[in-house]
Ligand binder design. Structure first.
Ligand code: SAM
Length: 293
């Protein structure tokens, strides 16, 4: 009989948020697979748990998953933990969980904290239907097209974001999705826990103000100052589209391209690429249409 793989949620900050069952499973499992063994060791020491730890993270998941699976198939039980929250939610848990399911290994949830749900629960935005998008893609063009694909989403949207990118993300969200309510939760369950709620323009001003506090210190008035000020872990909740979606207008891609050249001073080539991103049409088609005009 294979052993079980327990998916153990751990605190996202405050250690009191661990469940009694999580502590028991961490004590009883034959071994614990952890994203960062040093980080998890601190959690285990706090709860007086003495257990063998093995590392399982994004960069070793392909080599480590088969080793863990083989131990499970031999009858050992394992607890999977991530650095914080629920394994598999925007962290490498998915790969191992899927591999265990393929081998008919029992996969057992030990539910507990997750930043997405904690932030949603205090956002004041509708919770009856929501969509979790995790982190936006790293490249700006991909981030913009992801936001574009979400602009007509009616459900509340949950995003994870790094502190040094949050201001840019808020500006992009406003540009693409327009004025709407957001809730920005930082350092939930920790000493500096803080949730800002309001229209996105007000939150942008609040975040900029936090940056100018730092600008007065040794950081200087740079966007680097902002990232230094906005330390901590951030979850952003965005209100879904309210009211009727805007009517679909016939677009003149060549006109869009020409206004980009005029207003942003882009070359014809760069403007056609940007117009292609905005309209979803091919760059060549737009370029040729503009030449014909
Ligand atoms: N598995 C985790 C969970 O269940 O929430 C999420 C892992 S993901 C790699 C880490 C991201 O979660 C952070 O970058 C941040 O966006 C969000 N996060 C984690 N802890 C948080 C906290 N205490 N307050 C706000 N957001 C948090």
């Amino acid at each position: 009989m294979p052993g079980s793989l327990y998916i153990v949620a751990t605190p996202i900050g405050n250690l009191e948020d661990i469940t009694l069952r999580a502590v028991r499973i961490l004590k009883e499992a034959d071994f614990i697979a952890a994203e960062d063994t040093r980080h998890t060791q601190k959690l285990l020491s706090h709860f007086d748990i003495h257990k063998q730890l093995t590392s399982y993270h994004d960069h070793n998941k392909e080599e480590k998953a088969p080793v863990i699976i083989s131990r499970l198939l031999q009858g050992q039980s394992a607890a999977l933990v991530s650095d914080a929250g629920t394994p598999g939610i925007s962290d490498p848990g998915y790969y191992l969980i899927n591999a265990a399911i393929q081998e008919n290994i029992p996969v057992v949830p030990i539910p507990g904290p997750t930043a997405a749900i904690a932030a949603l629960s205090v956002s004041g935005l509708p919770t009856d239907a929501f969509v979790f998008e995790g982190f936006l893609p790293p490249k700006r063009s991909q981030r913009l097209s992801k936001l574009d694909s979400l602009k007509h989403e009616r459900r509340t949207i949950i995003l994870y974001e790094a502190p040094h990118k949050i201001l840019k993300t808020l500006l992009d969200v406003r540009e693409i999705m327009g004025e709407r309510r957001v809730s920005l939760s930082r350092e939930l369950t920790k000493i500096h826990e803080n949730t800002l709620r309001g229209n996105i323009s007000d939150i942008i001003i609040a975040v900029e103000d936090m940056s100018s506090c730092t600008a007065g210190s040794d950081e200087g008035p740079s966007s680097k100052g902002l990232s230094a000020r906005m330390r901590g872990e951030i979850t952003l909740i965005i209100e879904g589209l309210m009211g009727e979606p805007p009517p679909v207008q016939a677009v003149d891609p060549a006109a869009i391209m020409e206004s980009l050249m005029r207003e942003k001073g882009l070359s014809r080539k760069a403007a056609s690429a940007e117009a292609a991103r905005i309209t979803g049409l091919s760059r060549k088609e737009i370029y040729n249409a503009s030449l014909k005009r």
